[in-house]
Design a protein around this ligand. Structure first.
Ligand code: PLP
Length: 442
């Protein structure tokens, strides 16, 4: 429907109203955004300022409608403003916004999470994924009496200081701060290992295994493209942790309740010692959670001596949104419908990508997907990502936006299907992508 002119005109991103609002935003907020990836820094142009969203459609302040595959970066597995979630939240608001005391909603959601996830006996709610990770790591250190933490390059675990680390240049495993404001001393106890590399991991454990409190990994790394891991790699990791008395933390903030009620742990048949959640578990409200066996969780205050707290933790409105989301998924067979739609998406997009003038491939698991550019096969490690992706992605992104289709404004962020999507939405994405790829210079 859009011609070359149409997509060129849309290259700026948002229309005049978005531009005007965003101009105001940049005056009062750094970069105009409250989370960096929302700025269009990676693709150029002005972000859409959103007025409303419903189902698969987001509407910006210019009144333009977009078919959305961002889903608020993962939480909205039922689509925008699902009636059951809206009804649950509205009813909860009327009962009071926050009590600062135990409430029935947090108990019911905890029961739901514990019943869903392998090995989980107790869970504690917090207000973001970052907080969940930070608390799980403190718990792991407190419970083991050890200090070292291992993470993988390419995995994201929120913005806690000691996990904002990149592999150092000299010794591959020593973490260097990847953000200004993080002192080197704060990352001195962090180690960084490459994904998909059993040898490096084995060496790391051989040298420092008895000092490692925990290894944290996104079992389905989904914050640097979708770097799908081999089951054997995760199995080896599980075994190394067990052999060395190290706790394995699965960061399931994206994958939890997306791949199914049992998350990536269920998908791979591998049970971590601790797991972190966020995004879907809050149904679009600010929620995080972490949990594990009772024997570990009892170290948390007030039972144990690992301190952790939160004024709005277990907030009744947020808990109601999470509960309504999980119950609707269960009642409506959401996960198997999403799997089926994901398979249809792979069948539909793969031939389109095969015809691309630049090598491109699809990484997909369930309802998570990512278009890998300059890659005939989707990469498995951050080191294998092609830095030329960015410029090419920006063209495709703006072309799709011009056609009314929204994907994330960064080559390394993934896309999501929701239960609100139907096959015809996938068809529309495929057609728009084919047109965009056809306009690339070979
Ligand atoms: C989003 C995310 C986080 C951080 O969650 P916030 O709610 O943004 O703090 C942590 N880990 C993973 C895997 C994530 O995808």
């Amino acid at each position: 429907m859009s011609d070359a002119n149409g997509s060129a005109a849309a290259r700026a991103g948002g229309g005049p109203e978005s531009v005007s609002w965003f101009e105001r935003a940049t005056r009062v907020t750094p970069g105009g955004v409250n989370s960096p990836v929302r700025g269009f820094g990676a693709v150029g142009g002005t972000p859409l300022v959103i007025r409303s969203a419903q189902g698969t459609t987001v509407v910006d302040v210019d009144g333009r409608e977009y078919l959305d595959f961002v889903g608020s970066w993962g939480p909205l597995i039922l689509g925008h403003a699902h009636p059951k979630v809206v009804a649950a939240v509205t009813a909860a608001c009327a009962r009071g916004m926050s009590y600062g005391a135990p409430c029935t909603e947090e108990i019911e959601l905890a029961e739901e999470v514990v019943a869903s996830y392998p090995g989980l006996e107790q869970v504690r709610f917090v207000s973001s994924g970052t907080e969940a990770v930070m608390s799980a790591v403190r718990l792991a250190r407190g419970a083991t009496g050890r200090d070292l933490i291992v993470k993988f390059s390419g995995c994201y675990h929120g913005h806690v200081d000691y996990l904002l680390v990149a592999a150092g240049s000299g010794l591959a495993t020593f973490g260097q701060p990847s953000s200004a404001g993080v002192p080197e001393d704060f990352t001195a106890l962090s180690r960084v290992a490459p994904l998909d590399d059993v040898d490096t991991l084995t060496r790391l454990f051989a040298v420092e295994g008895s000092r490692i409190a925990a290894v944290i990994i996104e079992p389905v790394p989904a914050n640097n493209g979708l770097l799908l891991q081999r089951r054997e790699f995760l199995e080896t990791l599980r075994k190394l942790c067990t052999d060395h008395g190290t706790l394995l933390i699965f960061d399931e903030v994206i994958s939890g309740f997306r791949l199914g009620p049992a998350g990536a742990a269920g998908h791979f048949g591998i049970t971590p010692d601790l797991a972190t959640f966020g995004k879907i578990v809050g149904g679009g409200m600010p929620v995080g959670a972490f949990g594990g066996r009772r024997e570990l969780m009892r170290h948390l205050s007030p039972e144990g001596n690992v301190y952790q707290a939160g004024t709005l933790s277990g907030n009744p409105i947020a808990m109601s949104a999470g509960l309504a989301t999980l119950r609707t998924l269960r009642d409506e067979d959401g996960w198997s419908r999403l799997d089926a739609l994901g398979r249809y998406l792979a069948e539909t997009l793969s031939p389109v990508l095969a015809g691309s003038p630049v090598p491109a491939s699809l990484a997909r698991l369930g309802s998570m997907f990512w278009i890998a550019l300059h890659a005939a096969e989707p990469p498995r490690t951050a080191e294998a990502l092609d830095p030329r992706c960015g410029a090419l992605y920006a063209k495709i992104f703006h072309d799709l936006l011009g056609q009314g289709v929204a994907i994330a404004p960064s080559a390394f962020e993934i896309a999501f299907l929701s239960t609100a999507h139907e096959r015809r939405d996938v068809d529309r994405l495929a057609d728009a992508l084919a047109a965009a790829l056809g306009r690339l210079e070979p």
